[in-house]
Design a protein around this ligand. Structure first.
Ligand code: ADP
Length: 593
C-alpha cells in the first residue's frame, strides 16, 4: 500500500471502525479478488461488529493499492459516502503493470476505463463483426470532433448492445477520442421516475469519481437532473462518451440532449430525429452472415467450422442468422451434440402459429428456439422458468428474490439460474455483487405470450410467497433484494388483481415511510397515480390524502438523513387519514417510550 493510502487508513481508522458493517463490504472485496474467503472467515470469528471492522482495517493495511481502491468502491456501493469522501483524496493511481494484461489486445487501461464506465463484457461465445464494428468506430471518431449522436439501430436480438460495447473496446477510441471516459447506461422501457433515478445515479457516479467533494444535493426533477448532467459533462468530463443502451422513447433521449457525445442503441431508426446536433447512423443487419453464424455453432460445440455437419448451415439459415437465436441453439447443441437434425426439424416445423401483436418482426425462429430450450429443462425447472414471466422488462434481479419466490436455498437457486444462463435462456450481469439476472426482452415477450392465461396466478404466487417470507414486515436492508420488493410489490399485487392487499399496503403510513426512505418519493407518487383507479374503488378520499401528503412533502423525503415521517404527517389536516395514522403512532410511541 502506498504511503498516502496507508496514512489515510490510519488517520480515519477510528471513524471507519465506528461506522462500517464489515460483512457487506467484504462481499465486494472478495468479488474484486482482493480478499480471500479464508481471510473473511477469520475476520468473522471476531465477536463484535467493531472488532471485525478493526480486523478488516488491519488486514487492508497489509494489502496493496488495489485493496484500497476496492475498499473505497465498496464504501460507495454500500452508501457510506462520507467515509468514501475521507479516503478519496489519497486514492492511489494504479500503474499499468499492476493490472493484469488481457488476451484480446485491449490494454489494461482500456479495460479499466470500460469497467469503471459499466460497459458489459463480451458474451462467453463471441464472434467479431469487424466491418460493422469499424463502421461504428468511424462514426465515433466523427463525434470526437464535435458533439453529436451515433445511433445503432436494428431489430431485437440482432446484437446491437454487444456491438456498442465492442466498438469502445479499442485503445484509440478510449485514449484519443474520449479521454474523459465512457459511461454506459441500460435504458429499456422506462417511466419518468425510473429515468430520473437513472440520471441521479449517473450523476452520483460521476461526482464520486471527481477530485472535489460534491456540494450538491440530489437533483429532484428531470429538468434539474438534466442540468446537473449537462454541467458535469461539460465542465468535469469534457470529451467523454455516454452510451445509452436500448432506448425506446424520445423523452429519454431529450433528457440527454445536453450537447454531449452519445452512442445509442435502439430498434427505432428515427429516434434521434427529435434531438439537436449532428447525427450519424449505423444499421445492424438483423442477422449475422452465414459464416459468422456457423462460427458461433462451432464455438459452442467445440468443433472446427469445416467439420460442422450439413444441418448446421440450414440451422443458421432457419434462424435468419439472429445472434440471439443461434446462441440459444448453440447452447442446446453443446449439451446434446448429436441433435443437429432434430433441432433443425424443430425450427422448421412451425407448430406454434400464434398471432402476434407486433407484426413488424419475424419471431418464429425465436419461438422455436425458445421452445426447444425450455423443453429440455427438467420438469420442475421448466416451472421455475415460467415463473420468470412476471419480471418487468429490463429489470435485473438477484438470486435472493427468486429464492423467496421458489422457497429454496439461495445456493440451489444459483444452480438453477446457472443452468438457465448456460442455455442462453437467461443473462447474468456479473459486474455486480450479488450477480443480477435478466431476460432478453424477446424472451420475456415469448414467456408472456405463452403464459398469457396464467399471468394473474403467476403474480399471485409472487405476492403469496413474499407474504410468507416477510410476515413480520417488509425488508429494509436496502440491498438488491429489498430494493426489488419495495419497488415491485405493488406492481405484482396489481397484476394479480389483489386489490385488498394493494390498498392495505398503500393506505399505510408505515409502508409509505419505508418506501420513501429506500427509494425516494418519485416511485411512490407514481404508484398512487398508476394504481389510483384501483385504490379509488376502495376509498378515493384516503387515496387523495396520501397523494397530497406525498406531493407536499416530496422534497423533505428526498433528504438524508431521512426526516421523521410521523412528524411530517402530523402537520396534515386533522381530517386526513395520514394524520390519523401518525397520531396513533405518536400516541403509541409516547405510551411505550
Ligand atoms: P440487441 O441489443 O440487438 O437486442 P444483444 O446485443 O443483446 O442484442 O445480443 C443478443 C444476444 O445475441 C447476446 O446475448 C448474445 O448471446 C448473442 N450475440 C450478439 N452478438 C453476438 C456476437 N458478436 N457473437 C456472439 N453472440 C452474439
Amino acid at each position: 500500500l502506498e504511503e498516502r493510502a496507508r496514512s489515510s487508513l490510519l488517520r480515519f481508522r477510528h471513524r471507519l471502525e465506528q461506522d462500517i458493517k464489515p460483512s457487506y463490504l467484504m462481499d465486494h472485496l472478495i468479488s474484486d479478488g482482493v480478499l480471500t474467503v479464508d481471510e473473511e472467515e477469520r475476520i468473522k470469528t471476531q465477536p463484535t461488529r467493531k472488532d471485525q471492522a478493526a480486523a478488516l482495517l488491519e488486514l487492508l493495511l497489509r494489502k496493496d493499492n488495489r485493496a484500497y481502491i476496492s475498499f473505497y468502491n465498496a464504501l460507495i456501493t454500500e452508501a457510506y459516502e462520507d467515509l468514501a469522501n475521507l479516503l478519496h483524496g489519497d486514492l492511489p493511481q494504479i500503474s499499468q503493470s499492476a493490472l493484469k494484461g488481457s488476451s484480446d489486445g485491449c490494454t489494461p487501461t482500456v479495460q479499466a476505463v470500460l469497467s469503471q464506465g459499466g460497459v458489459p463484457q463480451r458474451p462467453v461465445v463471441f464472434v467479431s463483426r469487424l466491418e460493422l464494428v469499424n463502421r461504428v468506430r468511424e462514426k465515433l471518431f466523427l463525434v470526437e470532433k464535435a458533439p453529436g449522436w451515433v445511433t445503432v439501430f436494428g431489430m431485437a436480438g440482432s446484437g446491437k448492445s454487444v456491438l456498442a460495447a465492442e466498438a469502445v473496446r479499442h485503445q484509440g477510441i478510449i485514449e484519443e477520442c474520449f479521454p474523459g471516459g465512457v459511461h454506459w447506461l441500460s435504458i429499456g422501457q422506462l417511466d419518468k421516475p425510473d429515468l430520473l433515478a437513472k440520471i441521479q445515479s449517473l450523476c452520483f457516479r460521476l461526482e464520486q469519481s471527481m477530485d472535489s467533494q460534491s456540494l450538491y444535493r440530489t437533483p429532484n426533477s428531470l429538468d434539474e437532473a438534466k442540468e446537473r448532467l449537462r454541467f458535469l459533462m461539460l465542465r468535469r468530463y469534457p470529451r467523454s462518451l455516454l452510451i445509452l443502451d436500448d432506448v425506446w422513447d424520445t423523452t429519454v433521449l431529450k433528457a440527454f440532449d445536453i450537447h454531449s457525445r452519445v452512442l445509442l442503441t435502439t430498434r427505432n431508426r428515427a429516434l434521434a430525429d427529435s434531438v439537436s446536433g449532428v447525427k450519424y447512423q449505423v444499421e445492424v443487419e438483423s442477422g449475422l452472415d452465414e459464416n459468422k453464424g456457423m462460427e458461433i455453432l462451432a464455438l459452442y460445440t467445440k468443433t472446427e467450422v469445416c467439420a460442422l455437419p450439413e444441418d448446421a448451415r440450414s440451422i443458421v439459415r432457419e434462424c435468419k442468422g439472429s445472434p440471439l437465436v443461434v446462441s440459444l441453439i448453440g447452447a442446446l447443441l453443446k449439451e446434446k451434440p448429436n441433435r443437429w437434425h432434430y433441432y433443425l426439424r424443430q425450427l422448421q416445423q412451425k407448430q406454434f402459429k400464434r398471432i402476434r401483436k407486433s407484426s413488424s418482426y419475424d419471431y418464429d425462429a425465436l419461438d422455436q428456439a425458445m421452445s426447444a430450450s425450455i423443453e429440455v429443462l427438467p420438469d420442475e425447472h421448466r416451472e421455475f422458468y415460467k415463473d420468470l414471466t412476471v419480471l418487468e422488462n429490463d429489470i435485473k434481479v438477484p438470486a435472493k428474490v427468486l429464492s423467496v419466490l421458489w422457497d429454496l436455498e439461495p445456493e440451489e437457486v444459483e444452480d438453477i439460474l446457472e443452468e438457465f444462463v448456460n442455455k442462453s435462456l437467461l443473462f447474468v450481469d456479473n459486474h455486480n455483487k450479488p450477480y443480477l439476472y435478466y431476460l432478453h426482452d424477446l424472451q420475456l415477450d415469448f414467456l408472456v405470450e405463452q403464459n398469457r392465461t396464467q399471468l394473474e396466478s403467476l403474480h399471485n404466487k409472487v405476492v403469496h410467497q413474499y407474504q410468507q417470507h416477510y410476515r413480520d414486515g417488509p425488508p429494509t436492508s436496502g440491498d438488491e433484494e429489498c430494493l426489488y420488493w419495495i419497488r415491485f410489490l405493488t406492481h405484482h399485487m396489481a397484476k394479480a388483481n389483489l386489490s385488498k392487499e394493494l390498498y392495505s399496503l398503500m393506505f399505510s403510513l408505515d409502508w409509505v415511510s419505508i418506501k420513501a426512505r429506500i427509494m425516494g418519493p418519485a416511485h411512490l407518487i407514481n404508484d398512487y397515480v398508476e394504481y389510483g383507479p384501483v385504490l379509488d374503488k376502495e376509498n378515493s378520499d384516503v387515496r387523495s390524502h396520501f397523494q397530497e401528503f406525498l406531493s407536499l412533502n416530496g422534497h423533505h423525503l428526498e433528504q438524508r438523513p431521512f426526516p421523521d415521517v410521523v412528524q411530517l404527517a402530523l402537520s396534515q389536516p386533522h381530517s386526513s387519514e395520514v394524520y390519523r395514522q401518525a397520531l396513533l403512532q405518536a400516541q403509541g410511541g409516547a405510551r411505550t417510550g
